[in-house]
Design a protein around this ligand. Structure first.
Ligand code: ZN
Length: 469
């Protein structure tokens, strides 16, 4: 009986703190769509981390654990209640400080302003593990959700970002690369990481050395290059990559008594081989820095984050609008890697990327705003199985559209859009599926009032694009 009462109390409490798992089971609460504050899970103890102390040792206002019993226990959530229509953005930060490399540093006041903006823009900040549970169909999340991640292991995440994140009660994830931990200077120590773990911060892998996974020793300093050279000599390139992706996870798990199930590619750079090893390692998700809306259909090994930096405020603006962005285009100085423009960008499309439609003659539509200033006469559309089609482009709305006149027959189609911008031809593509029995739409077409238009990840991210840390 006491148990039952405690459960009731929990239901009552969580109903007011925005627990979606509970809300899903309590119909009258379902309506509340835009949950402004984060959704704190009740206890920060990792189910698979017996070393963590009891939850009541957690200081108030700390972020909930990603691997808390709340997320673990949500597995029995009735899947019918899971809102597949939600959309998620992931933000990527580095050094939250007053001084530092331009591309990696965001002043503290600016960081706080952005945390406020997340709230005022109607996002709910959710733990990484809730995002994964949602993707597995085990847990509902608010329709407009946001994941906060901080990369590398700068001590400023501990000293500067964390107090602000606590104040907002935002859960977040740290992506740590092993070789940086405890090296002094601006690096975080293992003790600091353990303290954050105990407070429920999600800690995940960002490789061993922070080398580009495309090129052994790419984009790291001479000392790191020398170590990687040794690794490659001893282990071969594949073995070295396994160390970066698999061993880094094992080290974090052993050092901190946690489970790591998420990975972030250094500089957002990946290769097919890296993706293969990410799968082999058993990661449930891996992130690039290619800002985009995330849906259950987004490829789990290539989930894009908006890499926020002081010199490119548009990236954060795009994130708040949930549109494509996050790509970095300029080299910022001699100490920074040279950035290359991504050939593809995210766009708002219809049908959405990965969507299954039942209409044999759909309207194919894309908003090209994220392509920048394009020459209106240069827009072309091609559809697999059909070739070039008579696309109409409206410069006022930046919308390219084509009404199918022939019936779809194939189970899967790819739409290609290209346009010229400042003399350069940009091309992007996305896929949709056709199933004559599918009904009107399986995409998040309904209940969209709280959301901006759907942006979709489109063309594959060029693997060779170096990005900032
Ligand atoms: Zn990094």
């Amino acid at each position: 009986m006491t148990r039952k009462f405690a459960l009731l109390l929990l239901v009552a409490t969580l109903a007011f703190t925005g627990c979606d798992k509970i809300r899903a089971k309590v119909p009258f609460l379902k309506k509340k769509e835009v949950v402004v504050a984060a959704t704190p899970a009740p206890a920060p103890v990792a189910a698979d981390a017996p070393a963590t102390p009891a939850p009541d040792e957690t200081p108030s206002g700390t972020t909930p654990s990603s691997k808390s019993p709340a997320s673990a226990g949500s597995k029995n959530t009735d899947t019918a209640a899971v809102n597949k229509n939600a959309a998620v953005i992931a933000l990527c930060y580095h050094n939250i400080d007053e001084k530092g490399s331009k591309a990696l540093t965001l002043p503290i006041a600016e960081f706080e302003k952005e945390m406020e903006a997340i709230k005022t823009n109607g996002f709910s900040v959710i733990p990484m593990q809730d995002f994964l549970a949602w993707r597995r169909g085990e847990k509902s999340i608010p329709n407009k959700s946001c994941i906060i991640t901080i990369d590398d292991g700068w001590v400023s995440a501990y000293t500067n970002a964390w107090p602000i994140l606590k104040k907002y009660n935002y859960p977040f994830t740290l992506f740590i690369y092993i070789n940086y931990v405890g090296t002094g200077g601006k690096s975080m120590s293992w003790d600091q990481l353990a303290e954050m773990r105990d407070a429920g911060v999600d800690i995940e892998s960002h490789t061993y050395s922070h080398s580009s996974l495309k090129v052994p020793g790419g984009n790291v300093d001479a000392k790191a290059k020398a170590l990687i050279k040794q690794d490659v000599a001893a282990l071969g390139v594949d073995g070295w990559m396994r160390k970066e992706i698999i061993e880094s996870k094992q080290v974090l798990e052993k050092q901190l008594g946690i489970k790591c199930n998420v990975f972030a590619y250094p500089f957002g750079v990946w290769s097919p081989k890296a993706v293969e090893i990410v799968k082999e390692a058993g990661y449930e998700a891996a992130f690039t820095v290619y800002g985009q809306q995330l849906h259950p259909s987004s490829q789990k090994e290539l989930l894009g984050r908006y890499a926020v930096e002081a010199s490119k405020p548009k990236i954060f603006e795009d994130a708040m609008k949930m549109i494509g962005g996050g790509q970095s285009t300029v080299s910022t100085g001699p100490s920074e890697p040279a950035y290359t423009q991504l050939a593809a960008v995210s766009m708002v499309t219809k049908p959405m990327d990965g969507e299954t439609i039942g209409d044999p003659k759909p309207l194919i539509k894309a908003n090209l705003a994220t392509l920048g200033d394009i020459d209106p006469g240069s827009v072309e559309m091609r559809i697999s199985g059909f070739g070039p089609v008579a696309v109409k482009y409206d410069p006022a709305t930046k919308t390219a559209q084509y009404q199918m006149t022939q019936k779809l027959r194939e189970p899967e189609y790819t739409v290609f859009i290209s346009a010229k911008s400042k003399g350069k031809r940009l091309e992007t593509k996305w896929n949709f599926k056709y199933d004559s029995t599918a009904g009107p739409s399986t995409g998040p077409a309904t209940d969209a009032s709280a959301l901006p238009p759907k942006a979709t990840p489109v063309a594959p991210i060029p693997a060779a694009t170096p990005k900032k840390k």
